[in-house]
Design a protein around this ligand. Structure first.
Ligand SMILES: Nc1nc2[nH]c(O)nc2c(=O)[nH]1
Length: 453
């Protein structure tokens, strides 16, 4: 038996369809997990199994987060890592992360996902690249299933430790054969290639300074043989560039191309220091980028040239990055920072509020290689968020409620629907006991820091 859901009377419904229509007094009609109709409330069915009144709400496609390290929610604002650039920051944190446990992965994933969902995100990727003490990507996948978030789980890895010229300590790296074997197991066990999939696996060696060229190449060939996507960090800051030049005698973009890491099935996090040749390469190969403005500011990595990338035709999505370098995981706050940071770097018209929202919806879908999320139109997955514009932060901003979502205080959602299921109602998660999760998360965060002393 199919189940229907009607959202009606939206103050504005932002479709992100081909015409970028915004519908006053808009409605969406959903059957099971798929959108069947979108339009003015008066033109859609008036009843359904469940009806949600969206008066005074802006309704949007669920936001898409293309880069995260959810376990890092356990190490926000760690004193020793508050003021360093990327390499110094990582060097201070690796010894703490060496004590992660499977329960910590599970609880931190739910904490990070809850924060994302409450702030408007319905699909997220997570890049888990450290596997001490029996931790597995399965821990994240189980957590995601329970909370009900659409999930692209990236099987990260590190294989080049300090003794081989890499940045991480040897005790946190894995053998390359083990990495590839486990990655194949995960793809075979969990990857769903169908439209409306709730779980996909991504092949994701960590960064040029923590994995070998061989692993990059073998990962690319495995991903292509299974038809799954590839993800890594690239060109994050000047030290990262210097490492590529010294070790490979290449720019990061040349290195990516040399390893087979360009194409519509690849997206790179950060790319703050991508040069013009790299931007052109990514544009004509349809290689994607996860832009992480808060993290780039926090680690003083620089301002990614997103305006230039978009003008060149590069696919750009938005990422909150890990909570140790943000140290927030608020998706709408990230949209705001994306708009503001481009203006700091490139002028007041470098990014509008609507362009920032487009990066966080359609841009994210493109980068994750999906055609079923990021817009509200018939045939798309029913991933929909609603923001109540009666909140204090919007007072005086209702000349343009859509832009207000980005310009004003970053709001939390009133309601969120993922794959046709109401996962947030009246601002509260329906799928987990968030109070309990936060309490356990704080206990585990202290235990993790203590274990490293
Ligand atoms: N922002 C981040 N950059 C990284 N590079 C790398 O190798 N790890 C990280 C990370 O955790 N965050």
């Amino acid at each position: 038996m199919s189940k229907t859901l009607l959202i009606k009377n939206a103050n504005v419904l932002v479709t992100m369809n081909e015409q970028r229509e915004e519908i006053s007094n808009g409605a969406v009609f959903i059957r099971d997990n798929v959108i069947e109709q979108v339009g003015p409330s008066a033109t859609l069915p008036q009843t359904a199994d469940e009806v949600i009144d969206a008066s005074h709400h802006v309704v949007l496609p669920g936001l898409i987060n293309t880069h995260h390290h959810m376990y890092q929610s356990l190490t926000r604002a760690v004193p020793a890592a508050q003021n360093g650039e990327l390499f110094n920051w990582l060097t201070n944190l690796y010894p703490i992360w060496a004590n992660l446990t499977p329960e910590m992965i599970q609880v931190s994933t739910q904490t990070a996902m809850a924060e994302l969902m409450l702030s408007g995100c319905t699909t997220s990727s997570d890049h888990l690249y450290i596997y001490p003490n029996g931790c597995r990507l399965d821990d994240s996948l189980e957590a995601a299933q329970e909370i009900g978030m659409r999930f692209h789980a990236a099987r990260g890895s590190m294989s080049v430790g300090q003794s081989k010229g890499g940045l991480p300590p040897d005790r946190v790296v894995e053998q390359e054969a083990d990495i590839l074997r486990d990655t194949q197991r995960l793809i075979e066990t969990y990857h769903d290639a169908e439209r409306h999939a709730m779980q996909r696996i991504v092949v994701a060696p960590c960064s040029p300074f923590s994995v070998s060229r061989d692993l990059m190449r073998e990962s690319a060939s495995m991903a292509r043989s299974f038809g799954v996507s590839l993800h890594t960090h690239l060109a994050e800051n000047v030290n990262d560039i210097a490492y590529s030049r010294e070790k490979f005698n290449m720019t990061p973009a040349e290195y990516a191309e040399d390893c087979g890491w360009v194409g519509h099935d690849v997206w790179h996090a950060h790319c703050v220091q991508l040069d013009d040749a790299g931007i052109n390469l990514f544009a004509h190969t349809h290689t994607g980028i996860a832009h992480c403005p808060c993290s780039n500011m926090r680690l003083a990595s620089g301002i990614a040239p997103i305006r230039k990338m978009l003008d060149a035709g590069v696919s750009v999505g938005l990422g909150v990055d890990g909570c140790a370098s943000n140290d927030s995981g608020h998706m709408m706050a990230e949209v705001r920072q994306a708009m503001l940071l481009q203006r700091v770097g490139f002028g007041p018209d470098a990014m509008t509020a609507r362009q920032a929202l487009e990066v966080a919806t359609l841009g994210g879908a493109k980068v994750l290689n999906r055609d079923d999320i990021g817009a509200l139109k018939p045939g798309m997955s029913a991933d929909i968020v609603m923001f109540d514009v009666r909140q204090i932060g919007f007072a005086g901003a209702l000349h343009d409620p859509v832009a207000a979502l980005v310009f004003c205080t970053p709001p939390n959602v009133a309601c969120s629907i993922i794959n046709g299921r109401v996962v947030i109602r009246d601002g509260r998660l329906t799928t987990i006991d968030l109070g309990q999760v936060i309490e356990r998360h704080n206990t585990l965060a202290f235990a993790l820091a203590e274990a490293a002393r």
